[in-house]
Design a protein around this ligand. Sequence first.
Ligand code: OGA
Ligand code: NI
Length: 365
Amino acid sequence: MAPAATATPPALNIGQIDDIQELRKAKPMIVPDRYVRGMDERPTLAPISSSMNVPIIDVSKLVHGTQEQSQQELENLEAACANWGFFQVVNHGIDAALLESIQKVAMEFFNLPLEEKEKYPMPPGGIQGYGHAFVFEEEQKLDWCNMLALGVEPPFIRMPKLWPTNPANFTETLDLYSKHIRVLCQTLLSFISKGLGLKPDMFHEMFGTCVQAVRMNYYPPCARPDLVLGLSPHSDGSSLTVLQQDTNSVGLQIFKDNTWVPVQPIPNALVINLGDTMEVLTNGKYKSIEHRAVTNKDVDRLSIVTFYAPRYDLELGPLPELVDETHPPMYRRYNHGEYSRHYVTNKLKGKKSLDYCKIQTVVSS
Ligand code: OGA
Ligand code: NI
């Protein structure tokens, strides 16, 4: 997702969408056709060898470690960005109690009666509020997921009418959480920059007043997890994404070496991934990795996802420092706001979003 919260929803005919939480309560065994994926899209749920684990980065070593520890962890971070595009951070400085509070208010919201949640509706083709984002066609297959998506910063992307007033501490908790996640993103970006051999505050200066949005994804259990997807495969339109997930169920999978690798939850860790913006800026040295969510038969799952992206008016392209004769530019320059609009007005489809700026190389015969 890209947080272009200001995109005007186009007129759409996306058909009737049932609320799956309600459906699950009323008819637990039913999986409507609209959720059943074609054979080529159905997930593989067989347990995958745990030797393929997303790297873990200890933020306290980066920030407070001895010079040697910090250098070692910086190398680990560089390797994680280059080889995985995904990693989990531990000792990140955000209080476990705050992680618990955001999870609690999110669950309290999702557990409200439907008519309460529908007070914050996401319009067809819109990206903020409660509902289904990225649905543009009547025939489009739907994700087995309920979402609450909100623009957080800067103030002009905020739509206060869509911020739940129930639970009463929702806004206060999300604001505090977002502030801490923002600092974490800034810290990580400065080390990522350093690891690339650039000035540590380069991204910070370039991104300006960043756009920050949050999406809470609630995946009810599904009678046939083998037929549906919780969230369609996609890369994120952000620069960095921070995902907080339940520890009692697995659902996030990333596409690595032609396999879908599950991201095993670690208590109090946060999952970080690089978005399309970082792939462009690094001229493909770092990739924004395709990922998806699958569902579980008996357990539900909640994820709280923050998208951290540059200001909309930024013109960007591959950094000159990362372009040379052997690494010619792989992406054209573009305006980030226009790219975000492109992202949110198309359905999620693998890494298709990057076609927007990819320079197509013509192989002459
Ligand atoms: C997202 C995302 C995965 C998950 O919201 O962009 O990739 O596990 N979510 O919820
Ligand atoms: Ni994502």
